[in-house]
Design a protein around this ligand. Structure first.
Ligand code: KIV
Ligand code: ZN
Length: 384
C-alpha cells in the first residue's frame, strides 16, 4: 500500500454550503489558485447542478487549474452526473464524486427506498459517471451510521463498477476514533478488490472528532482525507486541513506523505476566513490567533528559555512569522523583561523589579498590556 495520503479539499463545496459563506466565481477562483499552490491533490470545486453560478465556477476552475484534480459533486442521479461532466469538460484531471445515503436512517426515512435499491442506484451512478471520466469517486453518505456488512457490499459493488476512490463519510459526525478506524479496517478485510480503489475519509465535527477520526481512518488503511481550510463546513464543520496535515507531519505517521507546502497554511487560512466571512476562533489549533501566543508567567518563562518547552510547531513551519509573548496580569518578570528588550530597553535587576510592580497595577486594569502601555510604564523606572 502506498504511503501517500491524498489531500482532498472541499472548502469550495462542503465549506461553501455554510450559510453566509457563499462565494462568487472570482472568489472561488482565487481560493482554488491558493489551494493549488498549497499543494492539495484534489479540489472539490462545487456541486454543478445546484445552481448556474456553481456550474460556472466549477467550469472556470476546471479550465484554469492544471496541476490538481478538479472534482464536482453529484447525487446518484443521471442528470446531475451529465451536468457535472459538462462543467468538468475542460479539466486536465477531472473527477466526478457521486453517491447515495447508505445508512438505514437515510435509506428508509430520507430516500424511502430499500437496501437493494440503494446498492443498485449507487452502482449504476458509478457506471454512468465512468462514461464521462476515468476518475470516479463514490460516497456512501452517512457511512458512519451504516451497518458495516451492508457498507462492504455497497463498496464492493461500486469498485466492480469502476470507482477509483470510495469515500466513507461520517456525515453526521457520529463516530469516535476507534469505531471509525474499525469501519475502515472492516472494509479492508472484507471487500473483494478493495486495493483497486483508494479509501477516503470524510469526517464531520459534531462531536469534535473529525480530525481524530480521519487520522484513525488513515491508520487503518485510508489514503485520502477530505477536509477544509479552517475546518469550515456543515454544522460543526469538517476535518480541518491544517490539523490533519500538521498532525501527520509532527508524528511522522508511518512516513505518510502529503504534498502540502505547510508554510502556506496561515496565508490560506486568512484568505478563506476573510473571503467567506468566517472568523477563526482564537484558540483554533494551528491557525487561531492564540495558537502561538503565550500568556501565563510559567509558560512565558519556559518559552523564552527554549521555545520547545511549550511549542510543538515552529510557527514558521505554517507561515506564522513568530510566536508572541502576550503581557497580562498573569505574566511574570521574564516576559516583561523580554518585551521591554524588544522595545530596545534592557533593565537591570532593581529597575526590573520596580517596573514589574508598576506593571502588575496596570495589568490588573487591562486585558493585555501593549507597547504604548510599556512606554508609559518606563516613566517610573530609571533606565540605564
Ligand atoms: O458529509 C457528507 O456525507 C458529504 C457527502 C456529499 C460526500 O458531504
Ligand atoms: Zn460532508
Amino acid at each position: 500500500m502506498s504511503d501517500k495520503v491524498y489531500i482532498f479539499d472541499t472548502t469550495l463545496r462542503d465549506g461553501e454550503q455554510v450559510p453566509g459563506c457563499r462565494l462568487n466565481t472570482e472568489q472561488k477562483l482565487t481560493i482554488a489558485r491558493a489551494l493549488e499552490s498549497l499543494g492539495v491533490d484534489i479540489i472539490e470545486a462545487g456541486f454543478p447542478i445546484s445552481s448556474p453560478g456553481d456550474f460556472e465556477a466549477v467550469n472556470r476552475i476546471a479550465k484554469e487549474i492544471r496541476n490538481t484534480t478538479v472534482c464536482g459533486l453529484t447525487r446518484a442521479v443521471k442528470k446531475d452526473i451529465e451536468v457535472a461532466a459538462d462543467a468538468l469538460k475542460p479539466a486536465a484531471k477531472p473527477r466526478i464524486h457521486t453517491g447515495i445515503g447508505t445508512s438505514d436512517q437515510h435509506i428508509f426515512t430520507k430516500l424511502r427506498l430499500d437496501r437493494d435499491q440503494v446498492l443498485e442506484r449507487g452502482t449504476e451512478a458509478v457506471k454512468f459517471a465512468k462514461k464521462f471520466v476515468e476518475d470516479v469517486e463514490f460516497y456512501a453518505e452517512d457511512a458512519g451510521r451504516t451497518d458495516n456488512e451492508y457498507l462492504a457490499r455497497v463498496v464492493e459493488s461500486v469498485i466492480a463498477a469502476g470507482a477509483t476512490v470510495v469515500n466513507i463519510p461520517d456525515t453526521t459526525g457520529y463516530c469516535i476514533p476507534q469505531e471509525y478506524g474499525a469501519k475502515i479496517q472492516y472494509l479492508k478485510e472484507n471487500v473483494k478488490n478493495i486495493d483497486k480503489a483508494i479509501i477516503s475519509t470524510h469526517c464531520h465535527n459534531d462531536l469534535g472528532m473529525a480530525t481524530a477520526n480521519s487520522l484513525s481512518g488513515v491508520a487503518n488503511g485510508a489514503r485520502q482525507i477530505e477536509c477544509t481550510v479552517n475546518g469550515i463546513g456543515e454544522r460543526a464543520g469538517n476535518t480541518s486541513m491544517e490539523e490533519v496535515v500538521m498532525a501527520m507531519k509532527k508524528h511522522g505517521m508511518l512516513d505518510f506523505e502529503t504534498a502540502i507546502h505547510t508554510q502556506k497554511i496561515y496565508e490560506i487560512s486568512r484568505l478563506v476566513s476573510e473571503t467567506m466571512n468566517m472568523p477563526v476562533q482564537p484558540n483554533k489549533a494551528i491557525v487561531g490567533d492564540n495558537a502561538f501566543s503565550h500568556s501565563s508567567g510559567i509558560h512565558q518563562d519556559g518559552v523564552i528559555k527554549n521555545r520547545d518547552n511549550y511549542e510543538i510547531i515552529d510557527p514558521a513551519e505554517v507561515g506564522v512569522s513568530e510566536s508572541s509573548i502576550v503581557l497580562t496580569a498573569r505574566s511574570g518578570r521574564a516576559a516583561l523583561f523580554y518585551r521591554l528588550q524588544k522595545l530596545g530597553v534592557t533593565l537591570d535587576h532593581d529597575a526590573l523589579e520596580v517596573a514589574y510592580q508598576e506593571f502588575l497595577k496596570m495589568a490588573d486594569k487591562l486585558q493585555t498590556v501593549e507597547d504604548p502601555h510599556l512606554k508609559e510604564l518606563l516613566q517610573f523606572v530609571k533606565v540605564a
